[in-house]
Write a new protein. Structure first.
Length: 222
């Protein structure tokens, strides 16, 4: 069994299924993927609940809002002026694509790499946000890499400190079955690991469910 499979088993045994992403629709996932940049989920949830309470959580309704009003609606998510611009950029793509394809489902039905390329053309949408949308909204098999992922892998000597997003993503995707449900659960478990144990400061290493995995230096060309 490859080490990434062993780590997954240990995390799942400890935390159990995470049922992530907490959203009522694929579009809500898209909005959340932008709003969660540089903040915690509690703040994102507050912003999304505001949009829901005012029945604004649809591509066309949000797209027609003036930027300053959109920013105010998502204020709890932090960096709200910047995120309003980024969300509007994404909405511009989504609205135009839905006009061509007929529905959000049709937009999501495109080939994974084609869809990823389109998302990455949006200003303010980087690989992590694009892949979150692909995995959790479009249900495409792609592994999402975030700061938690880099942190625990580097602490266990499984990657180099300077490893790129793509290199870390390939580390998982080259050694796991290409399954959407697996990638979904694995990423959610890593997030929980980072929140509870593998913290940026003062990590709880002696209590960590991965404490059995001693630091290992792999032979790589990274």
């Amino acid at each position: 069994m490859h080490v990434v499979e062993s780590i997954y088993t240990s995390l799942l045994d400890h935390f159990g299924p995470q049922n992530w992403w907490p959203a009522d629709s694929p579009f809500e996932v898209m909005v959340g993927a932008v709003l969660t940049q540089n903040t915690n989920w509690a703040n994102v949830s507050r912003a999304i609940n505001t949009l829901k309470s005012e029945n604004l959580l649809s591509p066309n309704l949000l797209y027609t809002l003036p930027l300053e009003i959109l920013a105010e609606k998502i204020r709890p998510s932090g960096y709200y002026n910047l995120k309003a611009k980024r969300l509007n950029n994404l909405l511009d793509l989504v609205v135009k694509e839905v006009e061509k394809s007929g529905s959000l489902d049709a937009f999501f039905s495109q080939d994974r790499d084609v869809l990823r390329g389109k998302l990455l053309t949006v200003k303010g949408i980087g690989p992590e946000t694009a892949d979150s949308i692909l995995l959790y909204a479009a249900e495409k098999p792609v592994f999402v890499v975030d700061a938690y992922t880099h942190r625990f892998l580097s602490r266990h000597g499984l990657i180099g400190e300077e490893s790129s997003y793509q290199e870390i993503q390939e580390f998982f995707m080259d050694n796991l079955p290409e399954e959407t449900a697996l990638f979904n659960e694995y990423h959610a478990l890593i997030v929980q690991l980072g929140k509870e144990f593998c913290k940026k400061n003062h990590p709880l290493c002696s209590e960590c469910p991965l404490r059995e995995f001693e630091p290992i230096v792999l032979e790589t060309d990274w």
